[in-house]
Design a protein around this ligand. Structure first.
Ligand code: FAD
Ligand code: NAP
Ligand code: SF4
Length: 673
C-alpha cells in the first residue's frame, strides 16, 4: 500500500503550523448568489476542514468594486461585512481547520463596464475594455488590498492569499504583454513587478507578522509577452524579500490557448515551472493544477518540486481527501476527473458550482447526511453511474442493497468514455464506485439481468430502475449497410474502422468518437507529447513559455462530422473544454458540415444534401452518434404488473443526459428513502 509520509508531515508557514501539506485551493463557487449564502459557504468549508485538509484558501474577494469578477461578485471592503465572514471562519475553526482569504482583483477580466487595467488593452475573453489606471489610482488600489487584508484578519481569517496569477490585474502588471505604462509601475522588469511587491509590503505592514501571507505567482504565463522562467524566478525572490510566507503557483492566463487544468492535461504537468519557483526561494512553495491523487501529491513533494500541494476541484469531489489519505483509505477517495462540467462550466455560464462526482458539493445544507429511519431491502437494476450512485448513497444511509448489472463489469457507458483520449480519469470514477460499493456491503450481481417476475419473487421493499439508454438508429436508407456502425462498436473495438470516416451526429459522443479515431491516448499521460501538441516550452526560456506547435504529423484518418441543425458544430460542448476539442479537430483537418439532410448509406459511402444540393462522400465507415433512447422495457413490465418502481438516469429521460444529471438524480433519490 502506498504511504504518504511527506504529505502528512506538518509544515511551518510563517508563524503558523499546518498539520499536513494538503491545501484546498481557492475556487469561485458563486454560492453567494444562492439563498443563505454565508450559511452555505460555512457548511461547505467546514466539511472540508472536518475532512482534515491542512489549509483552506477561500474563493477570491475583490478589494474594490471595479475588481469584482462580475456584477455583484464577491467584494470585501467594508467593516459591515465582518459578521458574515465570521460565520465562515468560526465554522472552519470549530471544525479544526484553518482558512485564508484570497484577495483577487480581476483587472481587465472583470465582467463590469468600469473594469480597469495597467493599460487600456481589451482581453479577448471580455466584452468590456479596461480603463488604464492612473498612477494615483494604482497607489489607491495597493491601499485597497491592504485594507481588505486588515478586514480579513479582523474577520478571523488566518491570513490572506494575494492572487497574482491567471491573468488578473497583478499579472497584467507583471507581463510586458499588458503593461505599456511609462510611470514607475511599468517599463522595465523592476517597474512591472513594483505593483505586486508594493501590495505584498503594504499587506504585511497592515496585518503584522503573525497572519499568513501567501502570494500566488504565475509560474508560466502561456501567453506571448508573458514572463520568462528566469524573470519568474527573480520575481519570486523579490516576493519573498517583500514579506510573503509562502508562494503558491498558478499556471497560464484565462485567455491562454493552452489547456491547463482540463482532463486532457497530464497529471502534475506543470512541475518544471513550479520547480523553477521553488529553486529560487527559501520559503515554502505550493504546487497546483491537475493534482488529483495523493500519490501524485506525495511524489511532487518527494521529488523536491514543491513543499505543499493545492487542490481545488479535488476538494469539491471529496471533502475527506486528506482524512482518507491519513487513514490509509486513499482507494476510497472520490477522485476529481477533471471534467469541469459541474464546476468551471457552471461558473462560466453564471450558475453555481457543484461536482459531477459529488452532487453534495456546495449543497451541504440540502444534503444533510444521516441514516434512514427504517432500513429497507432495495434492488437496483443497472450498474451505470445512476445505479452505482444510488446504491452507494442508499447503502451509506443504512439500506440493504442488491445491484444487478447485465454486463460483466459495472460502469455502463463510463466504460466507453474511459477509452477516449483525454478521458482516462473515468477509470478513477469506476475504481471509486467499485471499492466503495464493496466496502459498504452492496451485493453486486454482475452478468445478471433480472426479469420483472424474478424481481417480484424476491422480497424487495423498493426497486430502482437504472437501465440507461440504447443508441438511436436514425431512419436513413441503408442504415443497415455494413459501412454503418454504432459508436459502441467503435469504442469497444468491435469494428476495425477504416481510414475515411463520416460521423453522423455531433453531440458530446460524436466529438468523443472523432477524438478516439484521431487522437493520441498518450497525450494526456505524457507531458512531452502534450507540450509538443500545444506548443508549450516547459523550460519557459521564451517569454510566456510558448513555442511552435509540433502536433501530430498527418492525421491518422480523414474524418467528416455532420449534423442536421443549421448551426456550428460543437455549440453544446462545455464552455471550458469545448474549445479544446474544437481546436484538436482543426489540427486534424476534420471537416464539419451542418444543415444536412441524410439520403442514404451504400457502397459508395454517405449520400446527403445541403441546401437541397446532393453530395456523396466516399468513406469506409459511417459512425452513428445520433443520440439515444431510454431503455425502459423492464420498468414498463414492472408497472404493467402493478409494481411502483423508481426510475433514474437515462432510463428516466434520455435527452440531454449526462453522468452529472444521472448521479445527481440518483443521490437525491437516495436521500428520500
Ligand atoms: P448507462 O451508463 O447507460 O448504464 C446503464 C446500465 O444498465 C448499463 O451498465 C447496462 O448494462 C445496464 N442494464 C441495462 N439493462 C439492464 C437490465 N435489464 N439488467 C441489468 N442491467 C441492465 N457524460 C458526462 O457527464 N461526461 C462525459 O464526459 C461523458 N462522456 C461520454 C463519452 C462517451 C463515449 C459516452 C458513450 C458517454 C459519455 N457520457 C458522458 C454520458 C454518460 O456516460 C451517460 O450519461 C451515463 O452513463 C448515463 O448513466 P446511466 O446510469 O443512466 O446509464
Ligand atoms: P446529443 O448530444 O443529444 O447529440 C446527438 C446528435 O445526434 C446531435 O448532433 C443530433 O444533431 C444528432 N441526431 C439526433 N437525432 C438524430 C437523427 N434522428 N438522425 C440523425 N442525427 C440525429 O447526444 P450524444 O452525443 O449521444 O451524447 C449523449 C449524452 O452524453 C449527451 O447529453 C452528452 O451531454 C453526454 N456526453 C457528454 C460529454 C462531455 O464531454 N460532457 C461527452 C460525451 C457525451 P442533429 O439533430 O442536429 O442532427
Ligand atoms: Fe472535478 Fe468534474 Fe467535479 Fe469539477 S465537476 S470538481 S472537474 S469531477
Amino acid at each position: 500500500m502506498a504511504t504518504f509520509d511527506r504529505l502528512l508531515t506538518p509544515l511551518r508557514v510563517g508563524a503558523t503550523l499546518l498539520p499536513n501539506r494538503m491545501v484546498m485551493g481557492a475556487m469561485h463557487t458563486r454560492l453567494e448568489t444562492l439563498d443563505r449564502p454565508h450559511e452555505r459557504l460555512a457548511a461547505f468549508y467546514a466539511a472540508r476542514a472536518a475532512g482534515e485538509i491542512g489549509l483552506i484558501l477561500s474563493g477570491g474577494f475583490a478589494p474594490n468594486p471595479e475588481g469584482v469578477m462580475e456584477p455583484g461578485g464577491p467584494l470585501f471592503n467594508r467593516a459591515e461585512q465582518l459578521d458574515e465572514h465570521r460565520v465562515v471562519t468560526r465554522a472552519v475553526h470549530e471544525a479544526g481547520g484553518k482558512i485564508v482569504l484570497q484577495i483577487l482583483h480581476a483587472g481587465r477580466y472583470a465582467k463590469v463596464p468600469e473594469c480597469v487595467g495597467p493599460t487600456a488593452a481589451k482581453a479577448r475573453i471580455n466584452a468590456y475594455a479596461p480603463r488604464a489606471l492612473s498612477t494615483q489610482e494604482v497607489r489607491a488600489t495597493i491601499a485597497d488590498f491592504a485594507c481588505t487584508a486588515a478586514l480579513a484578519v479582523q474577520a478571523g481569517y488566518d491570513g490572506v492569499e494575494i492572487m497574482g496569477s491567471e491573468g488578473y490585474l497583478i499579472n497584467e502588471f507583471t507581463a510586458a504583454l499588458t503593461n505599456a505604462r511609462d510611470d514607475e509601475f511599468g517599463g522595465s522588469f523592476a517597474g512591472r513587478i513594483r505593483f505586486a511587491l508594493d501590495i505584498v509590503r503594504a499587506v504585511r505592514a497592515e496585518m503584522g507578522r503573525e497572519p499568513m501571507l501567501i502570494y500566488r505567482i504565475s509560474s508560466i504565463d502561456l501567453v506571448e509577452g508573458g514572463m520568462s522562467g528566469a524573470e519568474t524566478a527573480a520575481f519570486a525572490k523579490e516576493i519573498e524579500a517583500a514579506g510573503a510566507d509562502l508562494i503558491n503557483t498558478g499556471v497560464g492566463w484565462h485567455e491562454s490557448a493552452v489547456p491547463t487544468i482540463a482532463a486532457c492535461v497530464p497529471r502534475a504537468a506543470w512541475r518544471d515551472a513550479i520547480r523553477n519557483v521553488k529553486e529560487a526561494v527559501s520559503i515554502p512553495v505550493m504546487a497546483s493544477n491537475r493534482i488529483n491523487m495523493p500519490e501524485v501529491a506525495e511524489e511532487l513533494i518527494a521529488s523536491g518540486v514543491a513543499d505543499l500541494v493545492s487542490m481545488a476541484r479535488p476538494l469539491l469531489a471529496d471533502p475527506d481527501f486528506a482524512k482518507k489519505t491519513r487513514l490509509g483509505m486513499a482507494d476510497e477517495i472520490n477522485t476529481c476527473i477533471g471534467c469541469n462540467q459541474a464546476c468551471l462550466d457552471r461558473i462560466f455560464t453564471e450558475r453555481t458550482a457543484t461536482c459531477l462526482v459529488n452532487p453534495r458539493a456546495g449543497r451541504e445544507i440540502e444534503f444533510a447526511a444521516g441514516k434512514a429511519k427504517q432500513p429497507k431491502r432495495i434492488a437496483v437494476v443497472g450498474g451505470g453511474p445512476a445505479g452505482m450512485a444510488f446504491a452507494l448513497n442508499a447503502a451509506e444511509r443504512g439500506h440493504q442493497l442488491t445491484l444487478f448489472e447485465a454486463h460483466a463489469r459495472l460502469g455502463g457507458q463510463l466504460n466507453l468514455a474511459k477509452v477516449v483520449p483525454g478521458k482516462a480519469e473515468f477509470h478513477e470514477m469506476l475504481r471509486y464506485f467499485e471499492v466503495r460499493l464493496e466496502r459498504l456491503g452492496v451485493a453486486v450481481r454482475l452478468g445478471h439481468a433480472p426479469t420483472a417476475q424474478a424481481l417480484a419473487s424476491e422480497t424487495f421493499d423498493e426497486v430502482v430502475i437504472a437501465t440507461g439508454v440504447t443508441p438511436r438508429v436514425p431512419d436513413i436508407v441503408g442504415v443497415d449497410h455494413p459501412k454503418a456502425v454504432s459508436y459502441i462498436d467503435v469504442l469497444t473495438g468491435k469494428v476495425e474502422v477504416g481510414a475515411r470516416v463520416a460521423i453522423i451526429g455531433a453531440g458530446g459522443i460524436g466529438f468523443d468518437v472523432a477524438e478516439y479515431l484521431l487522437g493520441d491516448a498518450q497525450e494526456a499521460l505524457d507531458r512531452g507529447v502534450f507540450f509538443r501538441a500545444w506548443g508549450v516550452d516547459p523550460a519557459n526560456a521564451n517569454a510566456g513559455g510558448l513555442t511552435r506547435v509540433d502536433a501530430h504529423g498527418a492525421p491518422r484518418r480523414s474524418v467528416h462530422m455532420f449534423q442536421r441543425k443549421a448551426q456550428p458544430l460543437g455549440k453544446g460542448l462545455g464552455k471550458s473544454t469545448g474549445w479544446i476539442l474544437k481546436a484538436r479537430m482543426r489540427q486534424a483537418n476534420v471537416m464539419m458540415t451542418s444543415g444536412v439532410a441524410y439520403d442514404a448509406i451504400d457502397d459508395e459511402g454517405l449520400h446527403y444534401r445541403v441546401d437541397g444540393k446532393p453530395h456523396v462522400l466516399a468513406v469506409d465507415h459511417v459512425v452513428l452518434c445520433a443520440g439515444q433512447h431510454s431503455n425502459r422495457t423492464l420498468y414498463d413490465e414492472l408497472v404493467a404488473r402493478g409494481a411502483q418502481p423508481k426510475v433514474i438516469g437515462g432510463a428516466d429521460v434520455a435527452a440531454e443526459l449526462d453522468a452529472l444529471r444521472a448521479i445527481d438524480q440518483a443521490a437525491r433519490l437516495a436521500m428520500t428513502l
